[in-house]
Design a protein around this ligand. Sequence first.
Ligand SMILES: Nc1ncnc2c1ncn2[C@@H]1O[C@H](COP(=O)(O)OP(=O)(O)OP(=O)(O)O)[C@@H](O)[C@H]1O
Length: 227
Amino acid sequence: MLHLENVKKSFRLPTGNRMPILDVPRFDVAAAEQMVIVGRSGCGKSTLLHLIAGIGTPDSGVIAINGLDISRLSEDGRDRFRAEVMGYVFQTFNLLQGFTALENVILGMSFSKGRVDHGRAHDLLDRVGLGHRLHSYPRTLSVGEQQRVAVARALANRPKLLLADEPTANVDPANQQSIVDLIRQTCQEEEISLVMVTHAMEVAEQFQRVEPLEKLNLLAQAKKAHA
Ligand SMILES: Nc1ncnc2c1ncn2[C@@H]1O[C@H](COP(=O)(O)OP(=O)(O)OP(=O)(O)O)[C@@H](O)[C@H]1O
């Protein structure tokens, strides 16, 4: 479903030099597979998720989703493809402040496929424990509540691939588990592939496949060897 080959990414520093972040020879995720990526802060986990989502492009390499190399698409093409095929839970939520919780979830649907399923939006918000806050604006919700809206929005569109960047970073243990359960159950029922980044070991250990980014990324291995 997802196939990465020889993906390299660096960022330009203010000095003009480039700082290499990723060199991933190979990374594959099967259809409907659920896996997590772990690794120390700053090792490139969010950068990798951004590349898979087509938010940024690699310096070189292949990022193929269902056989399509998205790094060859234009920015517009990548935006359209993402809206069609992917759900993304950002670390920073990215909720639209002028819209209610329910409207944020519905907007996640209407950007693609032309289908708006109000019942599903209600249901997802119910399942993250926010059935009573449908009409609240993000600024009136706690950080953890906003994170739960972001999870509901990412699932709204029945994606084929869900990318979740620390989706439980700001919630208490009870809500952490209900978010993980909602994500995993929905992915299982709807055969969505899941790539989740987490720092929470109690979350990671629930998954059969846990990949430390340091293992996937040759640059992290080189840094470790020099440490
Ligand atoms: N746009 C950018 N320009 C320059 N450097 C960047 C940019 N984005 C990320 N970086 C750098 O790339 C490295 C990897 O960042 P990234 O956010 O991918 O790490 P992470 O593993 O997700 O960290 P965390 O667990 O703290 O969220 C960091 O050193 C970061 O400073």
